[in-house]
Ligand binder design. Structure first.
Ligand code: FE2
Ligand code: FE2
Length: 206
Protein backbone atom coordinates (compact mmCIF):
# COMPACT_ATOMS: atom_id res chain seq x y z
CA UNK A 1 0.00 0.00 0.00
CA UNK A 2 2.68 2.43 0.99
CA UNK A 3 4.82 1.60 -2.04
CA UNK A 4 1.83 1.99 -4.35
CA UNK A 5 1.10 5.64 -3.74
CA UNK A 6 2.94 8.89 -3.45
CA UNK A 7 4.76 8.98 -0.17
CA UNK A 8 4.10 12.27 1.61
CA UNK A 9 6.90 11.48 4.05
CA UNK A 10 9.60 11.45 1.38
CA UNK A 11 8.48 14.68 -0.30
CA UNK A 12 8.00 16.52 2.98
CA UNK A 13 11.28 15.20 4.35
CA UNK A 14 13.23 16.34 1.31
CA UNK A 15 11.65 19.82 1.51
CA UNK A 16 12.41 19.83 5.19
CA UNK A 17 16.07 18.95 4.59
CA UNK A 18 16.61 21.89 2.23
CA UNK A 19 14.72 24.22 4.56
CA UNK A 20 16.57 22.91 7.60
CA UNK A 21 19.95 23.73 6.05
CA UNK A 22 19.19 27.47 5.94
CA UNK A 23 16.91 27.73 8.99
CA UNK A 24 18.22 28.99 12.33
CA UNK A 25 15.71 26.73 14.14
CA UNK A 26 16.75 23.60 12.24
CA UNK A 27 15.70 20.40 13.98
CA UNK A 28 13.59 22.16 16.60
CA UNK A 29 10.76 20.36 18.36
CA UNK A 30 8.19 22.75 16.86
CA UNK A 31 9.45 22.03 13.38
CA UNK A 32 9.21 18.27 14.00
CA UNK A 33 5.64 18.64 15.29
CA UNK A 34 4.70 20.68 12.21
CA UNK A 35 6.12 17.98 9.99
CA UNK A 36 4.13 15.29 11.81
CA UNK A 37 0.93 17.32 11.55
CA UNK A 38 1.52 17.77 7.83
CA UNK A 39 2.06 14.02 7.47
CA UNK A 40 -1.03 13.16 9.50
CA UNK A 41 -3.17 15.62 7.56
CA UNK A 42 -2.09 13.99 4.27
CA UNK A 43 -3.05 10.56 5.62
CA UNK A 44 -6.42 11.88 6.80
CA UNK A 45 -7.18 13.51 3.43
CA UNK A 46 -6.49 10.19 1.72
CA UNK A 47 -8.68 8.35 4.25
CA UNK A 48 -11.53 10.83 3.90
CA UNK A 49 -11.68 10.17 0.18
CA UNK A 50 -11.34 6.41 0.73
CA UNK A 51 -14.22 6.30 3.23
CA UNK A 52 -16.36 8.50 0.96
CA UNK A 53 -15.92 6.01 -1.87
CA UNK A 54 -16.96 3.19 0.47
CA UNK A 55 -20.15 4.96 1.50
CA UNK A 56 -21.13 4.70 -2.18
CA UNK A 57 -19.75 1.20 -2.79
CA UNK A 58 -21.07 -0.68 0.26
CA UNK A 59 -24.79 -0.46 -0.68
CA UNK A 60 -23.90 -2.08 -4.04
CA UNK A 61 -22.01 -4.85 -2.27
CA UNK A 62 -24.94 -5.40 0.12
CA UNK A 63 -27.33 -5.62 -2.82
CA UNK A 64 -25.06 -8.12 -4.59
CA UNK A 65 -24.66 -10.40 -1.53
CA UNK A 66 -26.80 -13.53 -1.78
CA UNK A 67 -26.25 -14.69 1.81
CA UNK A 68 -28.50 -12.83 4.27
CA UNK A 69 -25.81 -12.58 6.99
CA UNK A 70 -23.30 -11.21 4.51
CA UNK A 71 -25.83 -8.63 3.31
CA UNK A 72 -26.46 -7.57 6.90
CA UNK A 73 -22.71 -7.34 7.54
CA UNK A 74 -22.30 -4.97 4.58
CA UNK A 75 -25.31 -2.90 5.70
CA UNK A 76 -23.98 -2.65 9.26
CA UNK A 77 -20.53 -1.70 8.03
CA UNK A 78 -22.06 0.99 5.83
CA UNK A 79 -23.47 2.64 8.96
CA UNK A 80 -20.07 2.31 10.68
CA UNK A 81 -18.37 3.78 7.62
CA UNK A 82 -20.58 6.87 7.79
CA UNK A 83 -19.37 7.17 11.39
CA UNK A 84 -15.76 6.86 10.20
CA UNK A 85 -16.28 9.88 7.94
CA UNK A 86 -17.65 11.85 10.90
CA UNK A 87 -14.72 10.81 13.11
CA UNK A 88 -12.25 11.89 10.44
CA UNK A 89 -13.95 15.30 10.24
CA UNK A 90 -13.64 15.55 14.03
CA UNK A 91 -9.91 14.81 13.81
CA UNK A 92 -9.46 17.51 11.15
CA UNK A 93 -11.19 19.92 13.50
CA UNK A 94 -8.94 18.89 16.42
CA UNK A 95 -5.92 19.63 14.24
CA UNK A 96 -7.44 22.92 13.08
CA UNK A 97 -7.21 21.69 9.49
CA UNK A 98 -9.83 21.78 6.72
CA UNK A 99 -11.51 18.39 6.03
CA UNK A 100 -10.38 18.25 2.43
CA UNK A 101 -10.33 14.89 0.64
CA UNK A 102 -7.42 13.94 -1.60
CA UNK A 103 -8.14 11.40 -4.37
CA UNK A 104 -7.26 7.97 -2.99
CA UNK A 105 -6.14 5.93 -6.01
CA UNK A 106 -5.58 2.81 -3.92
CA UNK A 107 -9.19 2.66 -2.77
CA UNK A 108 -10.45 3.63 -6.24
CA UNK A 109 -8.68 0.52 -7.60
CA UNK A 110 -10.13 -1.72 -4.90
CA UNK A 111 -13.64 -0.36 -5.45
CA UNK A 112 -13.24 -0.91 -9.20
CA UNK A 113 -12.20 -4.52 -8.55
CA UNK A 114 -15.22 -4.90 -6.29
CA UNK A 115 -17.49 -3.70 -9.09
CA UNK A 116 -15.96 -6.32 -11.42
CA UNK A 117 -16.60 -9.03 -8.80
CA UNK A 118 -20.25 -7.94 -8.58
CA UNK A 119 -20.66 -8.15 -12.38
CA UNK A 120 -18.90 -11.54 -12.62
CA UNK A 121 -20.92 -12.87 -9.67
CA UNK A 122 -24.15 -12.56 -11.65
CA UNK A 123 -23.04 -15.54 -13.79
CA UNK A 124 -21.86 -17.61 -10.81
CA UNK A 125 -23.34 -19.95 -8.19
CA UNK A 126 -24.36 -18.19 -4.96
CA UNK A 127 -21.57 -19.41 -2.61
CA UNK A 128 -18.60 -18.73 -4.96
CA UNK A 129 -20.08 -15.35 -5.90
CA UNK A 130 -20.36 -14.36 -2.23
CA UNK A 131 -16.86 -15.67 -1.51
CA UNK A 132 -15.46 -13.47 -4.28
CA UNK A 133 -17.35 -10.53 -2.78
CA UNK A 134 -15.84 -11.28 0.65
CA UNK A 135 -12.38 -11.37 -0.95
CA UNK A 136 -12.90 -7.92 -2.46
CA UNK A 137 -14.29 -6.54 0.81
CA UNK A 138 -11.39 -7.91 2.88
CA UNK A 139 -8.88 -6.20 0.56
CA UNK A 140 -10.70 -2.95 1.37
CA UNK A 141 -10.62 -3.60 5.13
CA UNK A 142 -6.90 -4.41 5.04
CA UNK A 143 -6.20 -1.18 3.18
CA UNK A 144 -8.12 0.76 5.81
CA UNK A 145 -6.42 -1.09 8.68
CA UNK A 146 -3.01 -0.18 7.22
CA UNK A 147 -3.96 3.46 6.67
CA UNK A 148 -5.53 3.96 10.12
CA UNK A 149 -2.55 2.18 11.70
CA UNK A 150 -0.18 4.67 10.05
CA UNK A 151 -2.33 7.68 11.02
CA UNK A 152 -2.58 6.50 14.62
CA UNK A 153 1.19 5.93 14.86
CA UNK A 154 1.78 9.54 13.75
CA UNK A 155 -0.79 10.82 16.25
CA UNK A 156 0.94 8.80 19.00
CA UNK A 157 4.24 10.39 18.05
CA UNK A 158 2.54 13.80 18.34
CA UNK A 159 1.31 12.79 21.79
CA UNK A 160 -2.27 13.56 20.71
CA UNK A 161 -4.17 11.09 22.88
CA UNK A 162 -7.52 12.60 21.88
CA UNK A 163 -6.82 11.80 18.22
CA UNK A 164 -5.32 8.38 18.99
CA UNK A 165 -8.53 7.50 20.84
CA UNK A 166 -10.77 8.36 17.86
CA UNK A 167 -8.56 6.62 15.31
CA UNK A 168 -8.36 3.53 17.56
CA UNK A 169 -12.16 3.31 17.65
CA UNK A 170 -12.33 3.24 13.85
CA UNK A 171 -9.39 0.86 13.59
CA UNK A 172 -11.13 -1.57 15.97
CA UNK A 173 -14.29 -1.47 13.83
CA UNK A 174 -12.29 -2.15 10.65
CA UNK A 175 -10.57 -5.11 12.32
CA UNK A 176 -13.89 -6.49 13.56
CA UNK A 177 -15.41 -6.13 10.10
CA UNK A 178 -12.48 -8.06 8.65
CA UNK A 179 -12.84 -10.83 11.29
CA UNK A 180 -16.58 -11.08 10.64
CA UNK A 181 -15.96 -11.50 6.90
CA UNK A 182 -13.50 -14.33 7.62
CA UNK A 183 -16.16 -15.99 9.83
CA UNK A 184 -18.91 -15.56 7.23
CA UNK A 185 -16.69 -17.16 4.58
CA UNK A 186 -16.44 -20.46 6.48
CA UNK A 187 -19.92 -21.92 5.76
CA UNK A 188 -19.76 -20.54 2.23
CA UNK A 189 -16.46 -22.33 1.63
CA UNK A 190 -18.04 -25.58 2.87
CA UNK A 191 -21.08 -24.97 0.65
CA UNK A 192 -18.93 -24.26 -2.40
CA UNK A 193 -16.95 -27.44 -1.66
CA UNK A 194 -20.15 -29.49 -1.46
CA UNK A 195 -21.30 -28.10 -4.79
CA UNK A 196 -18.04 -29.22 -6.39
CA UNK A 197 -18.36 -32.73 -4.91
CA UNK A 198 -21.93 -33.01 -6.23
CA UNK A 199 -20.76 -31.92 -9.68
CA UNK A 200 -18.00 -34.54 -9.61
CA UNK A 201 -20.50 -37.27 -8.62
CA UNK A 202 -22.81 -36.27 -11.47
CA UNK A 203 -19.91 -36.40 -13.91
CA UNK A 204 -18.93 -39.88 -12.65
CA UNK A 205 -22.52 -41.13 -13.04
CA UNK A 206 -22.61 -39.89 -16.67
FE1 FE2 B 1 -13.85 2.74 7.37
FE1 FE2 C 1 -14.12 -0.63 6.59
Amino acid sequence: MIAGRSNPASSICSNETSRAASSPIAGSHTQFMELLQELLTEELKDLLHAEGQLVKALPKMAKAAKDADLRTAFEDHLEQTKGHVERLKQVFEMLDEKPKAKPCKGMAGLVEEGAEVITDGKQMEEAPADLALIGAAQRVEHYEIAAYGTARAIAEQMNRRDIVKLLSQTLAEEEKADELLTKLAQPLLAEAGQGTEEEELEEEEV
